[in-house]
Design a protein around this ligand. Sequence first.
Ligand code: ATP
Ligand code: MG
Length: 428
Amino acid sequence: MAKKIQNIKGMVDLLPEQTPVWQFIEKNINEVVTSFGFEEIRLPIVEYTDLFKRSIGEVTDIVEKEMYTFNDRNEESLTLRPEGTASCVRAAMQHALLNNQQQQKLWYQGPMFRYERPQKGRQRQFHQVGLETFNIKGAAIDAELIIIGARLWKKLGVAEHVRLELNTIGQLAERRAYRDALVAHLEGVKDQLDADSQKRLTTNPLRILDSKDPQTQALLDDAPKLIDFLSDESKNHYAELKRLLDKVGVTYTENPKLVRGLDYYNDTVFEWITESLGAQGTICGGGRYDSLVEQLGGKPVPAVGFALGLERLSLLVQAVSSVAIAFDRADVYFVAACDDEDYLEAFSIADKLRDALPQMRLMMHCGGGSLKSQMKKADKSGARFALIVGSNELAEGAVSIKSLRLADEQMTVAIDELPLKLKTLLAD
Ligand code: ATP
Ligand code: MG
């Protein structure tokens, strides 16, 4: 027998029992970002590999070992996008959205691809929502992006279970000076660093700061601190951001070791973290990246953004959310266990009901079967009411409505009065 074809490891199916949680999250995201004046941008899933090499950086985990890169039939190197910022910047530049200092507030969503070890909250195809802003200087927009996150957690009923970590990594030149000092210091204790950190000493030394190895962390206690290398301008930006957050009551923890994995950040970096999901606790991360547009061949453009992971957010919502999510599929299930002539009539009653009550979720029974088997399907649909058409009642121009929640509630209603009756019943 031929081997059954399965999904690719780490690229999962979302079954109907899971999609209501996703729809709940997506709807709330849409509402929150729209309420802040963000506009949606839709971007391709595949880009030239160079885009990611030049933006994310050659010596990052993503570019070194996580990208799905392949040659197309024309021998061009293409990559399934591992994140959205690079494409968003590419599109904004290409379509002149950044010219003449135009301010942009953009958001996108969709699948991202990284070749990682699949585990809870970590997949090879995963989904992000990203927000990116351009040509907006100053800390207020950094604060706004953080406030958008805070408002979203509240709407999703998970605010009590996430915390904000904040840091500044200064300007590129400041970070370079710090990096040299850090490397000089750590070279002296190189043998005692964990293997990854030893390697990072030459490739991406700042990433050593977020090493999970306790001995490496202990060695870092005596190492130079980034804050001592920052200019007044960088420090002021950070102070202003904290002032704004304090003013609106968004709480945060400062984490001087938070550096983020990507090369292109400067000044503000932040992460929203939960303790409720185990190891994969970062649900959202972002920061300022004023040099990325220039790095990709444009003029310098102030930019700041964040991306959140929908898998982790959905796990969190399922684990702790205080908001009830509706899993039912229908308000009313139309049971029509009758002969062909009467079914024809029932079918048209259903269609007229859809005109009269367009908001109502009505499932018309199709496919025949006994009254009993149709009632079973009505129950399973989660509908509050079954609308039952039988030949006797129909002859008198009436149908029955039976509550599927309250045992004895059943009534006969004239077909003319059906829309009004259902409207009243469903409004309760
Ligand atoms: P991590 O340290 O967990 O690998 P990251 O720093 O690589 O995260 P970002 O590139 O900042 O992640 O992406 C933003 C968010 O996207 C993360 O906070 C996370 O919620 C989500 N995310 C990233 N990689 C994955 C993945 N492989 N599977 C599921 N979600 C992911
Ligand atoms: Mg990662």
